[in-house]
Design a binder for this molecule. Structure first.
Ligand code: SF4
Ligand code: SF4
Length: 484
């Protein structure tokens, strides 16, 4: 498939005479995508609604009296529903990234750039901004005329309305983004009274500016020149990947004709050369030139062409999701789909399922108690009183639960080992952590045969919840006997 892209891309490069000077960078021609309706447009809008309801709505949900989803960087705690993640839970972030990567591999292997076409924030916000643009300035032709027209009152008013609406949406998006890191209700009050912290203000306006710039102005250029995924996605394609393709065998030779006339009698294929597929394309390419890296897989050209096919009374699907093998070997739909679910996709699905299930089980059976033991470097070991050795530790106890708990702490390793200097039980509120200086005392070696002098002796701290025996941690450490 990579070869095919390269070959087709080469075929589309115009041949320029050696004497002609070519600019290194092409000046961007503004694209005015035409509105399109159809099955795939409905899917795209369904996903836009779903992703945006989640994005704008999630920070407003509450859980146990606090924001349900909050990434509290200052306190180094992430709250997601009833789960509280601490820096020690970074493994879950790694698992999440693995799951996201595997899902991307899987969906790209099945049907190409599904992420780009339906769920990527760049596509989603461009679509929303375009919708606003259409509502205010009109569809493709009206917008082309408006941009070409000299400055007038109508033009200024329309542009002002459009940018005003874009700005409100962009600012709300920036506010929502910061609301994932700083409680959103208090943030709103501070934003209205101009009492935002410097980082809050920076990120809110930066995110709003990025949304406004990327969705309002940069649009397809982000996909074409900035997004790395567009560059390497072709390595995940093969000849059985569903991609949006123009069926050249059926469509060519192209040409206009009267509705109801027989195209074959005129030596024509089914393509009426109306250019609708190009006009609806948000990246401005002509899918009839073959698969191109600029194609984000949005399927707007399928909807556009299907409308034309309907009007002409031809079968839909001149442009459709199909595979290179299906086109070359003439597979029927059943065979094509059977080959889509091939070994590669089964392996990706199995890994995705295995990692996802393991993460879910691990989360469900997660111990809400975390304990870190650090030896106090300033005071390793000393003789506290004649015949008694003392070691000092810093013990961090983290209660990741939503309920307050009481804990006990003791040490095991050899006879006579005891914890001193800590008031027990230790009270910890919900999602709270405490660092305690803990002293361990043991009888001197002369009194305990198993203690050899000047050696680190393995010991174990046992921290246990008073009200629940299952909430317990055993942390290994060492007890040092000083040289005499
Ligand atoms: S060619 Fe078709 S699928 Fe690709 S970006 Fe353009 S409209 Fe979307
Ligand atoms: S929309 Fe369909 S019929 Fe019209 S030019 Fe494109 S491929 Fe041909």
């Amino acid at each position: 498939m990579t070869d095919v892209i390269a070959k087709r891309t080469l075929e589309t490069i115009p041949i320029v005479p050696a004497s002609e000077e070519v600019a290194l960078y092409e000046i961007r021609k503004k694209i005015y995508p035409r509105a399109v309706h159809g099955a795939f447009a409905r899917w795209r809008w369904a996903l836009i609604f779903a992703t945006q309801i989640v994005y704008y709505g999630l920070p407003w949900l509450t859980w146990n009296g606090r924001q349900a989803v909050l990434f509290d960087l200052g306190a180094r705690k992430f709250y997601i529903g009833g789960l509280v993640f601490w820096p020690q839970d970074v493994i879950y972030l790694a698992v999440l990234l693995i799951l996201a990567a595997m899902a991307l591999f899987l969906f790209t292997t099945i049907a190409g750039r599904l992420w780009c076409g339906y769920a990527c924030p760049q596509t989603v916000y461009t679509e929303i901004f375009l919708w606003i643009e259409r509502k205010i300035e009109g569809d493709r032709l009206a917008r082309i005329r408006l941009d070409a027209a000299p400055l007038s009152r109508e033009k200024i008013v329309k542009k002002a309305y459009k940018h005003g609406a874009w700005l409100v949406l962009a600012l709300w998006t920036g506010y929502t983004f910061v609301g994932y890191f700083s409680p959103i209700r208090e943030l709103g009050v501070r934003a209205i009274t101009w009492q935002l912290g410097p980082w809050e203000a920076f990120w809110m306006f930066f995110y709003a500016f990025a949304t406004w710039g990327n969705a309002g102005f940069m649009r397809e250029q982000v996909c074409k020149y900035m997004c790395p995924y567009a560059r390497f996605q072709s390595v995940m394609f093969d000849k059985d990947t569903l991609v949006i393709t123009y069926d050249g065998k059926r469509g060519d030779p192209r040409g206009s004709r009267r509705k109801g006339s027989d195209p074959r009698a005129q030596g024509l294929g089914d393509c009426v050369d109306c250019n609708i597929c190009v006009q609806v394309c948000p990246t401005g390419i002509d899918i009839r030139n073959g698969l191109q890296y600029e194609c984000i897989g949005c399927a707007a050209c399928i909807d556009g062409c299907d409308q034309v096919m309907d009007k002409m009374g031809y079968a839909k699907g001149l442009i459709r999701y199909t595979t290179e093998n299906a086109l070359a070997k003439g597979y029927d739909t059943k065979t094509t789909w059977r080959r889509v679910f091939r070994l590669r996709t089964i392996v990706y699905s199995a890994v995705l399922l295995a990692v996802g299930s393991a993460a879910a089980v691990s989360l469900a059976t997660r111990n809400p108690l975390k304990v870190d033991i650090l030896r106090d470097r300033g005071a390793l070991a000393r003789e506290a009183s004649p015949g008694v050795i003392e070691n000092v530790y810093r013990v961090q106890i983290m209660n990741t639960d939503e309920t307050a708990r009481r804990f006990s702490i003791r040490a095991e390793g050899f006879p006579g080992l005891e914890v001193v200097g800590v008031e027990q039980p230790i009270d910890l509120g919900p999602a709270q952590s405490r660092v305690l200086p803990v002293r361990l005392r043991a009888p001197a070696p002369d009194n305990v045969a198993s203690l050899t002098k000047a050696e680190p002796h393995p010991i174990e701290f046992v921290v246990r919840a008073i009200d629940d025996d299952k909430v317990v941690r055993h942390e290994k450490s060492t007890f040092i006997v000083p040289r005499q």
